[in-house]
Design a protein around this ligand. Structure first.
Ligand SMILES: [Zn+2]
Length: 412
């Protein structure tokens, strides 16, 4: 192995000390003292390697190793180092110290790449403090404005703009954090899986091909509220009976669509909601996720067809309100193929899998070819104090990206 298990363990353990809820998991919100502590540790380690360390106007920390071609676009490696409230030590930091450890390896092995490489440590990915998630990557892709910073406030009413100023960043310069596609060669992230698939399959690494898209909408079914005792069955327009027919079929639509598509009804509201009244209105939410936009559309079409059918059969009317629509994101097939090749060479068991959760990689893919790998989460747990990844597994993930960088970066 090129990478060093003890250093990896030390990085994770040291970062976990910058914590605002000791004894109750890790809480490291953005632009706080805990952020400062973690940032200064990372900065110190990057300086030790001899990198050019800087921050962008969105508070993202970078450490740059020049390539042999001064004009070549840069390869970014890293993740975020903020956390949710009472979370764990690995969600974010695992990918952040991946970047750090790889930089150490390149330095000590004297590996020079044609393309420059930059360590990336982002904040507010979780949206834990200001409610505006995947913040660092959105800023890097030019999607954050000064107005956004004024608008997003923490629970004490402090805006992100104020917090940036107090911390020592100029919020008016937020635009300057945007990177241009032509200046980027790739972004590669490592993240904990946050699910049980790798551990259950006894597989070391997950190589992500797609990040799922999400389609969320509300269906309102209207019928006629009537007396539960005096209205004969054949004269009712019961929206709850109609809605239950729909709900019982939604899972089948997802399975029929294929490609691992999933669909969930998570909210059901019945009005007026009394035991002795035939319901008059039912509201339910549908959440469809898939790596294929066509599959998501096919589930939606099936739902609309069913609603048309129910409207005729049961005398109800319906309405659909869109709540959220996110397209599936493709990870770079070129980077994925190098990851596969290197995993084979290193003898690391892996599985190509789709990510059911969004990450900074999802945002970065809009401006540069992007790769994402997962390391196993014990019992599939995350965002809790029990969150755990074995250091040996984390090391394999870092080792894999290290060899991938050496190839993609065209080491001389
Ligand atoms: Zn994360």
């Amino acid at each position: 192995m090129y990478t060093n298990l003890n250093r990896i363990k030390r990085d994770i353990e040291t970062l976990s000390g910058f914590n605002d809820s000791p004894g109750e998991g890790l809480t490291r919100f953005s632009l706080t003292d805990a952020d400062r502590g973690a940032r200064e540790y990372l900065r110190k380690e990057l300086i030790k390697i001899g990198l050019k360390v800087y921050e962008d106007s969105a508070g993202t920390l970078f450490g740059r190793m020049e390539g042999t071609d001064p004009d070549a676009p840069v390869i970014l490696i890293g993740s975020h180092f903020d956390s949710v409230r009472n979370g764990g030590n690995f969600d974010g930091p695992a990918g952040t110290i991946m970047g750090l450890e790889i930089m150490r390896v390149l330095k000590e092995k004297n590996i020079r790449t044609k393309y420059p490489i930059e360590f990336v440590g982002m904040i507010e990915e979780e949206g834990g403090r200001f409610g505006a998630g995947v913040f660092g990557s959105r800023a890097m892709t030019g999607k954050v404005t000064y107005e956004d910073l004024k608008r997003n406030k923490d629970e004490n009413g402090i805006s992100m703009a104020e917090a940036f100023e107090t911390f020592g960043f100029d919020p008016h310069k937020i635009d300057e954090s945007a990177r241009k596609s032509k200046d980027l060669k790739a972004f590669i992230e490592l993240h904990i899986e946050q699910g049980p698939v790798l551990e259950n399959g006894n597989i070391d690494l997950g190589l992500v091909d797609f990040i799922v898209g999400i389609s969320e909408f509300r269906v309102i079914v209207r019928g006629r509220p009537d007396h539960a005792g005096t209205t004969p069955m054949h004269l009712r327009k019961d929206p709850l009976v109609a809605a239950s027919e729909l709900i019982s079929e939604i899972g089948d639509y997802a399975v029929e669509a294929g490609e691992g598509t999933v669909a969930t009804v998570g909210v059901l509201d019945v009005k007026p909601g009394a035991a002795n009244i035939v319901p008059g209105e039912v509201r339910l939410t549908v959440d469809i996720r898939s790596k294929s936009a066509d599959c998501m559309k096919s589930v939606r079409d099936s739902i609309e067809r069913k609603l048309d059918e129910l409207a005729k059969a049961r005398g109800v009317t319906f309405e659909i309100d869109d709540l959220l629509s996110v397209n599936p994101v493709t990870m770079s097939p070129e980077i994925l193929s190098v990851l596969k090749k290197k995993a084979d060479e290193e003898g690391f068991p892996y599985k190509v899998m789709t990510s059911g959760a969004g990450h900074d990689a999802m945002i970065m893919a809009s401006i540069t070819p992007t790769g994402l790998i997962f390391v196993p989460s014990k019992d599939g747990r995350s965002h809790c104090p029990e969150e755990w990844t074995d250091y040996e597994d984390l090391q394999k993930g870092i080792e894999l990206i290290c060899h991938t960088i050496i190839e993609i970066g065209e080491a001389q």
